[in-house]
Design a protein around this ligand. Structure first.
Ligand SMILES: Nc1ncnc2c1ncn2[C@@H]1O[C@H](COP(=O)(O)OP(=O)(O)O)[C@@H](O)[C@H]1O
Ligand SMILES: [Mg+2]
Length: 435
């Protein structure tokens, strides 16, 4: 092997522009730590000759990482992620580099991504940092969804009282009293579909539902399934439902359920029908077997929803999740500020200043206020509590993000409401003439 390497080096000396030869050499040397420095130099030469040589760039990420040059690995790796499809192997290395640099969120995101693509690509350091693989039982050959045990409950969700009651009645009670329901021949199961502007608590509420009954929570973003398992989405959907059954009681949350819609005008359209049918039959399966799986779907774009989902017996209830009203905004602020150092806060005043703000918007406002407090604390050395005044200033620096959504929704409510599916939005718009 090492002889071969020496021969290749000589060959390259006499034809230094031959990228093919140089890459051959690099591939031979790469496994050996003693050559790392040299490999790095060769790869850099290749990249001078072929700036976009993907193999060379991916290798260089690894070579940097193995030499402990984490930030170089990260800079190059991020650049690659922006531009091309990066192999899972390189993503794994990049996520290890993030871990080494203590950038845990990025390390985790990327590692999750890698495991979604290939659950066998586990890494000990990343596993023990995040305890990802192993938490869920990778029951099926090629899937690994992440089971959570949410700590939040309904009391962490501000407002949305009607919806909480609905969820209690439609999915929690039937689960807790399955025998009773069966005795009266009452159908248990089906699911609830939440729709509305972003940041108003759809995901949060689904998670809190699981926390409320101490159940598991699996959060599946449908676009991820469709993107990552092109041609194999049906099998993945089945795997997700299986995982939920294995971990019952369990809330199975499907975000971006519109991704299944046949109305989408992108390339996935042709695959659409099969996936929808698979989904619907899984949903029916949950109903029949009643195995303690609660299905909640969510979408920000109800107008892309496939009509099949609206048929009776599919999603039992399709519920509009509106932005918080005045009292609810005050309540959300109170909840979110409960564990922070605060002065006396005039919640009602702040709520009045934030019409149409979503829960997420209110959270953003608090973040901005905290940043300003920290700045002052850093300068003066004395920590300060949050005040009404500071929050008020923060409000001026963050606009509501629900308004754009209503601009679009209004068009559907006015022009496409033949079957009444936008009645809830219409009613909301009637009450809020300024939207
Ligand atoms: N009603 C609410 N009560 C408390 N927090 C909320 C509420 N609505 C939104 N939030 C906060 O905003 C964040 C984003 O909400 P999320 O549930 O992800 O919105 P959606 O799924 O509707 O887009 C949540 O993590 C939560 O902290
Ligand atoms: Mg969400």
């Amino acid at each position: 092997m090492h002889e071969e390497i020496e021969d290749l080096k000589k060959a390259i000396e006499s034809s230094p522009d031959n990228v093919y030869l140089r890459m051959l050499l690099v591939r031979k040397m790469r496994p050996f730590d003693q050559y790392l420095k040299e490999v790095e130099r060769h790869l850099e030469i290749v990249m001078e000759q072929e700036k976009q040589n993907k193999e060379a760039r991916e290798m260089l990420v690894e070579v940097f990482f193995r030499q402990g040059k984490n930030s170089a690995a990260i800079v190059l790796g991020e650049d690659l992620l922006d531009q091309t499809d990066v192999s899972p192997a390189t993503k794994l290395i990049l996520s290890k580099a993030y871990l080494a640099e203590q950038d845990l969120p990025k390390a985790r995101d990327l590692y999750e991504e890698v495991l979604m693509i290939n659950p066998s690509m586990t890494d000990q350091a990343l596993d023990s940092a995040f305890r990802l693989s192993g938490v869920t039982d990778p029951f099926a050959d090629d899937s690994d969804y992440f089971l959570e045990k949410p700590k939040i409950t309904f009391k962490d969700v501000g407002g949305l009282d009607d919806i909480k009651r609905e969820i209690d009645l439609k999915i929690i009670k039937p689960l807790e009293h399955a025998d009773l329901y069966a005795a009266y021949g009452k159908k248990v199961g089906g699911g609830i579909l939440l729709y509305g502007p972003p940041g108003c608590g759809k995901t949060f509420l689904a998670r809190a539902t699981a926390g409320e009954i101490n159940a598991g929570f699996i959060n599946v973003t449908l676009n991820d399934i469709l993107d990552m398992w092109i041609g194999n989405s049906e099998k993945q959907l089945n795997a997700v439902f299986e995982e939920a059954r294995d971990n019952a009681p369990c809330v199975l949350f499907f975000d971006e359920i519109d991704a299944l819609g046949a109305k989408r005008s992108d390339l996935r359209q042709s695959a659409g029908k099969n996936v929808i049918n698979q989904f619907l039959s899984e949903l029916d399966g949950v109903e029949i077997s009643n195995e303690g799986v609660l299905v909640i779907g969510a979408t920000n774009v109800p107008w892309h929803l496939d009509a099949a989902f609206r048929r009776p017996g599919r999603f039992d209830r399709i519920i509009f999740v509106p932005p918080p009203d005045l009292d609810n905004r005050a309540e959300i602020l109170r909840i979110k500020l409960a564990d922070k150092p605060i002065d006396h806060i005039d919640y009602l005043k702040l709520a009045k200043l934030t019409p149409h703000y979503s829960g997420a918007d209110l959270e953003a406002v608090i973040d901005i206020a905290i940043e300003s407090v920290l700045e002052v604390a850093m300068q003066t050395g004395t920590p300060q509590p949050l005040t009404t005044d500071l929050l008020q200033k923060a409000i001026t620096r963050h606009r509501s993000t629900t308004i754009d959504w209503f601009t679009t929704a209004k068009n559907y409510a006015v022009f496409a409401n033949q079957s009444g599916q936008y009645d809830a939005i219409s009613a909301y718009l009637k009450k809020h003439k300024d939207l």
